[in-house]
Design a protein around this ligand. Structure first.
Ligand code: COA
Length: 185
């Protein structure tokens, strides 16, 4: 996938992105709701190695880098989990992280809009989900701004950083996305 918006270029992650990704993913405060915080650039190298090199393979995560066009700087990443629980490979889960210096500019909304559009219109997916900590208000605002519906609130459904925590599941169907007008890719 190579895609973009006026302000952003979105492309598959590469091994030479590891230092840039470490620079924002290693911030424990900004990323306190993520499942793991890398301790070294090597942790990011393993993360990139463990990502699928090919998009749309059931049971794998495919990772995308978000690049700000004006500076050519890598400012965040988006992960796409192709679910193997679905024999038709029509359902995916998404995850996203933005460098804190680039929060509050609409970049995550814009990048996700492009990726969601690609998943529904080019890869013909049926349903996209996102799993969010109920305390992660920025992420909830973002996903609701994109038009996702809250489908579930699992109480203490995840064991996370040494304790049981709640988990919200948000979802969007292809037929719901088609009612939206904006096209970015
Ligand atoms: C979740 C996360 C990506 C949200 O980032 P964000 O900056 O709030 O989201 P966006 O980039 O879409 O920016 C939206 C904000 O920019 C503002 N904005 C400014 N200029 C804008 C523009 N041109 N277009 C749209 N929005 C704009 C919006 O009003 C909005 O502000 P608000 O939330 O105060 O209303 C970010 O908090 C993050 O990376 N967190 C750490 C990782 C994480 O928790 N990931 C989610 C795991 S589930």
């Amino acid at each position: 996938m190579n895609c973009g918006t006026n302000r952003l270029h979105i492309r598959p992650i590469r091994m030479d992105d590891k230092a840039s990704i470490f620079s924002y993913r290693s911030d424990p405060q900004t990323n306190k709701y993520l499942s793991s915080i890398p301790k070294s650039v090597d942790d990011i190298a393993k993360f990139i190695t463990n990502s699928s090199p090919i998009i749309n393979i059931p049971g794998t995560w495919f990772q995308l880098a978000i690049i700000e066009r004006t500076t050519n700087q890598l400012i965040g990443d988006i992960g796409i989990h192709f679910l193997n629980s679905d024999p038709e490979n029509k359902q995916v889960e998404i995850g996203y992280t933005l460098h804190k210096d680039f929060h509050g500019k609409g970049y995550a909304t814009e990048a996700l809009w492009a990726v969601i559009d690609y998943l529904f219109n080019s890869l013909d997916k049926h349903r996209i989900t996102a799993s969010i900590d109920p305390e992660n208000l920025k992420s909830i605002t973002l996903i609701e701004r994109l038009g996702f519906r809250k489908e579930a609130h699992f109480v203490e459904g995840l064991f996370f950083h040494g304790k049981w925590v709640d988990d919200l599941v948000y979802a969007m169907l292809a037929k719901e996305w088609k009612t939206k007008k904006r096209q970015v890719c």
